[in-house]
Structures are given as C-alpha cells and as structure tokens.
Design a protein around this ligand. Sequence first.
Ligand code: ADP
Length: 466
Amino acid sequence: MSRTIGFRLAAWYALIFVLSALALFTLAYFLLSNALKEHDHEAIESEVQRYRTLEQSGGRAALLAAAQAQRKETMFVRVAGPQNETLFAHMPAGWDDFQWKQLESRAATQEREWIFLLGQLEGQLLEDPDTLEILSARLGDGSVVQVGRSTEMRGDILEYFQGVFALVTVAVLGVGLAGGVFWARRSLRPVRELSRGLREIRETSRIEARVPTRQTGDELDELTGQLNTLLETIESLVGRMRGALDDVAHDLRTPLTRLRGAAEIALRSNADAEASRQALAECLEQAEQMLVMLNAMMDVAEAEAGTMKLEREPVDVRALVESTVALYEHVAEEEGVTIRTDVGEGLTVRADGKRLRQAVANLLDNSLKYNRRGGEVRIEARRDGEQVVITVKDTGVGIAAEELPRIWDRLYRGEAGSAQRGLGLGLSLVRAVAVAHKGWVDAQSAPGNGSTFRMGLPVGSEGYPA
Ligand code: ADP
C-alpha cells in the first residue's frame, strides 16, 4: 500500500496542506501576540497619561482620588511619594501571584521605565509564570505613578488560539488526506484501468483485444493509444510469424513427403543397384531443396543481426547477370515472359559472388512470379560514380503504395504474394545482402503497370570502371 503512487500522492498532499497551515498559523500567532501586546501597552500608556494630566490640573489629591476610583478596573495602580513610599496601591482580585511590595524596595523611578514582575507563590517563582507589565512614571510634583497589566489575559487568548489551531490542523490533516486519496484515486483511475486491461489481455492471451481509450486527449490517453499501437504491431508480427510458420511447414512437407516416398519405394521393392541410386538421388535433391529454404531463413536472420560473413572477390557483373538469367530462362518461357539484359562489359564489383547471385536471382524470380503472360523483364546494370546499380524492371502486377515500405520486411507477403507460393524471405535477403555490402535497395511501382527494383553496391577497392 505504502508503495502505491496513490498513497504517496495522498501523503504529500496532506503534508503540504499541514505545512502550509503551520506556516500560516505561525504568522498569525506572531501577529496576534504582537497586536495584543501593543494593545495592552497602549492602554497602560494612556492610563499613565491620564494620571499625569489629572495631577497637573488637580494635584496629588486628584491623582489619588482617580486612582481609588479605578478599583474595579483590571489594572494595577500604585501611587508613590518622591521617596518611593506607597501612598496608594490597588491590585485587582485574582492577581495575587504578583508581589507588588517588591516595588517599594526598588530605587525610585527618575523619568519613566518599564518594570516586569513575575508571578510568585510564597517567595518562589511560579512555573511558567504570568508577567505584570508595569509602566512607572514620575509626575510633575515628584510623585510616582505605576500602572500595570497582567499578561494572563493575553496568554489565555493565545492559548485559546493554539487550541483552535490544533483542532484546525487535525481537520486540515483529515481534509488533506481525504482530498489526497480522492484526487490520487481519481487521477490514477485511468492507469488502473490500463493496467487491468493489459492484465486481462495477458491472462487471456487475446492479443487482438485493445484497451479502451477515454477520448480525453490527455497524457494517459496518449499512453493507452501507444500501447494499443504496440499491441497492433505485436499482433501483426505474431500473425506474420504464424503465417510464416505455416508456410515453412507447408513448404517442408512437399520435399519431405517426396523424400519419404522415394526411400519407401526403394526399400519395399527389391530394387537393383541402379534404382536404389536413383532413389538416393531423389532424396538428395529433396534434402537440398529443404536446405536451401532453411539456409535462406538463417541468412536473413544473420544479415539482420549484422553477422553475415562475406567472401569478397572481384565479381564480373555481366557474367553474373547472364548466368542467373540462364537459370531462369526455362521458367520465363513457361510464364511467357521475355527477359532482356543490358549490362556493360567489364563492370566489376568487389563482392561475395554467391550472395550477390542469390540476391539478383531473388529479384528476377519475383519479377517473373508477379508478371503477366506476354510481359517483360529488363535487367540493367551500370556504374554510377563509385557504385554499381543493378535494376530489375518488370511489367507485372505492381505493388500498392501502402505495401511498398513493408515488402523488405522479413516474412512479409503482399497481396500479390499471397496468391503465389513463397516465404516472404526473398526481398529481405536481397536487402540483407545489399546492406552487408554497405549498399542499398529501393523499389518503385505503379500498381498494374509493373515494378522497378534497384540495388546499389559500392564498387570496392578492386572495382574497375566499365
Ligand atoms: P515472396 O515473394 O516469397 O512472397 P518476397 O520477400 O520476395 O516474398 O516479396 C515480398 C512481397 O513483395 C511479395 O509477397 C509481393 O507481394 C511483393 N513483391 C515482391 N516483388 C514483386 C514484384 N516484382 N512485383 C509485384 N510484387 C512484388
């Protein structure tokens, strides 16, 4: 629980609430206590001023009369003679802690001074005592008037204030925590929904399911969108891999069935040596076909991992193209497609001949496979600066624009591809070979009007111009 974001948010929320309340309180307490103190002092000052005026107008008699009339007020009054001898003193009821007699033993006030008496009990200072704040002033006739107030009332007010604050803090803490929990839960609800959605998908293995978005356009909605896109990518990848696995199984079944058939027949009949040899040759051929297929898959894997090993040698491009075309002449004839080549003489690249031939063969194979009867394939190679560009152009079905960027992906099979047998590995291998040679590939197509595939290879240090 304490590790959840919700809890931490709520805790921070409450903490900030309480800290702000504390800061506010400290400030208010300080201001209030100052204001109260000032108020008391002003009251004392004005009282002293009153006595001074009375004394000026009516002499000591008026002064004493006024002091005696003050008995009911919550003010301490003492009038003393010039030698500090008490003429009159009044201590309000309940202020017995203050021993005003101490004032008599002090040196007489000359002008005016503040005197602070601390509360006492039987000569002992009280614990946390109140203070009697006294303003002592000498009047014109030499007598001294002392007016004082206890801090008890101020203390009471401040204490009350503290009590109220403690209550408010508890309330604020409660509100802060409740608010924090509420907001944290509310703002994290989409995260929980997302998490629940993903857990459901994982538990039911339904990768075609999506987490619903709330259409608010906020960050969490965006995250959900990203996750859904990721799920889509995974789904399509898994789909392609399933399809590829099916294709591999399908493609392996035919040669394996033939292989088994040949072996069975050879074993069952009392075949002579010649027939056995023929059966073995058939087995070999089928095994070879399977190997080619598996090799292609491994080659692509290797090339994509960047670990394809190249056996570089100077390769005569014209000879390579011609020998590859020769291999496919038979197929082209069957498909009713004409192959034309246009390769300059003496065009050489430093490359892995076997792999390059494989790449050209794959391009040629596709251009025949996805062509139409009476169509044409043009293979050209020419030098362009420091590279050789091989172009294979067909007049076939073409490739839709949205498919174009994906045809190079491993195991991707386009719309045209699904009608034909294949593994979706051909073009990946072409690209892998080009990349391993530090070259490039690209494809252009006008759907219905054929496609053009290009492969560029750096001529390499042993490359010779045409
Ligand atoms: P495969 O041919 O085994 O399906 P490839 O990797 O060779 O796999 O090609 C991938 C996809 O690209 C094909 O399924 C096909 O849809 C498309 N394609 C490739 N070459 C051509 C072409 N010359 N004309 C039209 N479509 C092509």
